[in-house]
Design a protein around this ligand. Sequence first.
Ligand SMILES: *[C@@H]1O[C@H](CO)[C@@H](O)[C@H](O)[C@H]1NC(C)=O
Ligand SMILES: *[C@@H]1O[C@H](CO)[C@@H](O)[C@H](O)[C@H]1NC(C)=O
Ligand SMILES: *[C@@H]1O[C@H](CO)[C@@H](O)[C@H](O)[C@H]1NC(C)=O
Length: 222
Amino acid sequence: MFTKFLSFVLLAGLARAATLQRRAVDFYNPAANGGSMLDSVGGGLGEPLNVIISGQSSPDVLTTDGVVNWARAVGYSEECFGLHSGDPQTANLGDGNGSTDQLVELRQDYHNTGVGTCWESIVGGNHFRVWKQNGTAANSGALFLAASKEKPVTDHHTIVDDGYDVGRNELVQNALGTKSHGGVTYSTTARNVTGLLAAGATGVNHGIAQDGIVTLLTITIV
Ligand SMILES: *[C@@H]1O[C@H](CO)[C@@H](O)[C@H](O)[C@H]1NC(C)=O
Ligand SMILES: *[C@@H]1O[C@H](CO)[C@@H](O)[C@H](O)[C@H]1NC(C)=O
Ligand SMILES: *[C@@H]1O[C@H](CO)[C@@H](O)[C@H](O)[C@H]1NC(C)=O
């Protein structure tokens, strides 16, 4: 009985250590294990994964429901009545899972969750897609985001000139500081990372050049 209890304590300790260890990194570089900082839209092209939500963020942010609630706090929500205006994209984060579908796509909601995203679909604006790096080969728990700014639907949702950098910067601007939604308050800090994503337009969807900067967000529930 006592040894059983002891091994339970030991196992609980190990599980805790493993959890702590998993959260000890911001992210793993996808390219180190066959992945890419460009997602895939087909035809060999992709959009830059230009924002990373650190694996050291509060664990409750690093789930689909968690990132959706955070997104609402910073002015984005799920697509207009669940209607997708574009095809889902895939990404390979080098975590051993290969190419996976985006978990969710969120649009700027112009402070009117639900109807606002429909407005965004019509007038154009910021949106982002989300993937999670949690395969066993690189289990950081980080979320990788492809952020961009689109033209109105009449232009078939193409990206505005410089739309990857602008989409990233506007998302980060909206996110910084203290924001709340649904009874949860988030404190968000940012740091730019270079050397993950090549600057330029090579392989980039619509041939739109981007500056190669990836902004790392650390989001803490306070
Ligand atoms: C990895 O993340 C996905 C998406 O949030 C989730 O469904 C899955 O349970 C997670 N897997 C593990 C092993 O944590
Ligand atoms: C990655 O693979 C692991 C192990 O099969 C699985 O638990 C996890 O949900 C996958 N992650 C995603 C984001 O699909
Ligand atoms: C990251 O780089 C962009 C583009 O140069 C800049 O606008 C932004 O202020 C930088 N953010 C941080 C946190 O340094």
